[in-house]
Every structure is written in C-alpha cells, then in structure tokens.
Write a protein that binds this ligand. Structure first.
Ligand SMILES: C[S@@+](CC[C@H](N)C(=O)[O-])C[C@H]1O[C@@H](n2cnc3c(N)ncnc32)[C@H](O)[C@@H]1O
Length: 371
C-alpha cells in the first residue's frame, strides 16, 4: 500500500535553471511548484515522487522531505532520530548511507551528526550502513532545525541510461533539455546542433518530440524503499503517450569520434530514426530541407589563455553562416564568454541567467527568427 499523505518534494535544479524546471513541473501537473534556492519544491504523495523521477527533464535529483525537528545538541538529535518511523521508509535488508550538513547551528560537527543518525537507523531497524549504498538519507541542519530527506533518485537524473559514449565537455542532458525549453522548443520544429559533441541537444530534442520519458530506461533508488509499489509504478509508466516526431533532428561535428558517439547514443536511446549525424565543420553548415526551426550549440569556450583569440574566428564563422543561410531559424548559443558570443555578431536578446556548468559559468544567448 502506498501512503497517500502529502509530502514536500524537492527537485534539485542546475543552478540558474530553476525557472524552466518550475515551468516544466507546472506543465506536468505537479502541485505547488515554487522556486527555492537550489531547485523547486512541489507537493504530493509517493506516486508524485515516482512521476517526477520518470518525467522531469530538468531535475538533477528528487528528494522527499519526511521529518523535521529542532535540536541544539547531539544527544537531542540522537534521541529524536531514534523515534523517526524508519520502518515506514527503509527496508531492513537494503543498505543505506547518511549525508549530513550543518550551517549556523549549535550542532556544528556534521560528521558527528551523521554518525548519530546512522546509529539510530542501524539500532532501530537493523539496516546495514554502507558508504556506497544507493539509498541515501540526507540530514540538513540549519539554524538548529534538522530536516531529513531521502534521495529518491539514486544516480543523478541526467544519466538517462543510454549514454554509452561521451565526447569532450558534454553538456548534461538536464541542462540541454532546459536550454531547449528556454529557446521555446516544444517538439514541433527541427533542431540543428552544428557542434553536437555526444549529441545531448539533438537527442533531448528528439525525445521531447517523441514524448519519451527521460527516465524510461533506468532504475531509481525509490525502488529500494519500503514505500515502493511495483504495480502502481508500472501503471504510471503505462500512462505515457508517445508518438513519432513530425520532424528530424540534426547534429554535426568536425570530430568524427564525436559523430560516432552521438550516433550510438541516439541508437541506444531508441530515437535513431529521427536523428541524423554527420561530420562537418561549421563553415560547411547548411539548413536541412523543410521548415525552419532552432539552431542550438555549445561551442568550445576556450578556458585557457590564448584560446579566446582563436575561438573568435570560429564564433565569427558560426554567426556569418547562420546570418547568411538560416533565415527564419532561431539561434541559441551556450557559452561562458560574452565577448565570444558578441563575436558571432548575431542579434541576441538579453542573455539568460548565469548557469553553473560543472563549475564554469555559462549563459544562453538567443535570437528571434533570423531575417
Ligand atoms: C563543448 S563541445 C559540445 C558538447 C556537446 N554539446 C555535448 O553535449 O556533448 C564542442 C564541440 O564543438 C566541436 N567543434 C569545434 N570546432 C568545430 C568546427 N569548426 N566545426 C564543427 N564542430 C566543431 C568539437 O569537436 C566539440 O565536439
């Protein structure tokens, strides 16, 4: 039996992409979607937790908050942790790990707090504590308030389950999907990525157009919890409507290894019929036949000194090709450098928010349909 009580569910976002994740959650019918630091909160029962893991393209992980109490010293944390209904959440035979953080609190030693919670779980339930366990309990202590969550995702959700081959500097699938959304892409138009690397934009675009759930091919930590109901989960998976996209999705790269990687990723994702990958340099780029759509790319950034000068020519050539050959198409460029974005000479709208791409600060620069 799945408990139908309502919980606070936290959707962790890529910093800078909270807003499109909130919009996605609203569109997918989640209740109470609110942007908070680091992500979006929604409310719902366990079936909503499963649905969020399965459907949301912009969430990095889904946490369920299950307890909160104040504690000012470790003995108090210990005593109250032992009273939590662990058996409702965890299975005695599934190992678990605990992560703790502490900020502006009298319990300042996060490691000691973690040990108390680990011991409370082990003593009350007999569950084995294993630092490698897929099931993770997260304790956040902030201003003496202890908040307990369970990570229901396990492996981060950008791991859709298909990526066998990774090219250089890949964009996480969660980021690629949210940048597509920020460009107004909803699945009905072609996408061209002239520097596709391992193909994240092209594959996410084709999947969105086909109505495929990003989590369809992977497992989740929630399947290991006491709250899991395999029949109800299968019913949720069965409600997803898919259909052949009305258009094709194109990736180009000058590096043949990247093209091979993108192609095998698309095959593994089951969307190869709607994607086309070819080796080509930006200067040879031409629009595919048919109606215009979206050109989106994250070109190399050049983080080392001296790179930027060389890359100006590449960005300049991309801008020139788009202006000359891609009339009616919109362009979206993800880059860490405003001056490189300017080197395209494309008529960009004001840049999007700063987004954290594994420590590099990037922004999306996008245009209206090119004249
Ligand atoms: C930052 S990576 C793109 C990563 C990609 N978005 C992904 O998710 O895997 C930049 C790509 O641009 C390609 N590239 C660099 N110069 C190019 C050029 N002149 N023409 C085409 N591709 C180029 C590189 O081979 C590299 O794969």
């Amino acid at each position: 039996m799945v408990s139908s009580s309502t919980h606070e569910i936290f959707l962790a976002a890529t910093p800078g992409l909270e807003r499109p994740l909130m919009q996605e959650a609203v569109e997918r019918g989640f209740s109470g979607a609110t942007v908070v630091p680091g992500g979006v909160t929604v409310t719902g029962d366990w079936t909503e937790v499963w649905r969020a893991n399965l459907l949301l393209r912009g969430a990095n992980r889904v946490l369920l908050r299950f307890a909160q109490f104040p504690a000012v010293h470790l003995a108090q944390l210990d005593k109250r942790s032992r009273k939590l209904p662990w058996a409702d959440l965890l299975k005695p035979d599934v190992p678990v790990r605990v992560e703790a953080t502490s900020r502006r609190s009298r319990i300042y030693h996060a490691g000691a707090a973690r040990e108390r919670v680990e011991k409370a779980i082990a003593d009350t339930l007999g569950t084995r504590i294993d630092p490698e366990a897929e099931v993770k309990i997260m304790l956040r202590i902030e201003k003496d308030m202890c908040t307990f969550s369970v990570d229901t995702s396990g492996e981060l959700l950008h791991k859709r389950g298909y990526k066998l081959s990774v090219a250089k500097a890949p964009l996480r699938e969660t980021m690629a999907a949210m940048f597509l959304r920020e460009c107004g892409f909803t699945g009905g138009e072609p996408v061209v990525d002239p520097m596709c690397g391992s193909g994240s934009f092209v594959i996410e675009g084709a999947e969105i157009a086909a109505g495929l759930a990003p989590g369809r091919d992977r497992s989740f930590a929630f399947e290991q919890l006491a709250t899991f109901d395999a029949d109800a989960w299968q019913r949720i998976r069965g409600t997803i409507e898919t259909g052949a996209p009305q258009t094709l999705f194109f990736g180009f790269d000058r590096n043949p290894g990247a093209v091979d990687a993108a192609r095998s990723n698309a095959e593994a994702a089951g969307i190869a019929d709607w994607t086309r990958f070819s080796q080509a340099t930006v200067s040879a780029l031409k629009p595919p036949p048919g109606p215009p759509g979206l050109v989106i790319a994250n070109p190399p950034y050049g983080l080392r000194i001296g790179d930027e000068k060389r890359l100006r020519a590449l960005y300049g050539s991309l801008g020139k090709v788009l202006m000359e050959r891609f009339s009616g198409w919109r362009a979206g460029i993800v880059t860490s450098s405003q001056s490189l974005a300017r080197a395209t000479r494309l008529p960009f709208e004001p840049a999007g928010p700063v987004v954290d791409h594994g420590g590099t600060k990037v922004r999306l620069y996008q245009t209206a349909p090119l004249k």
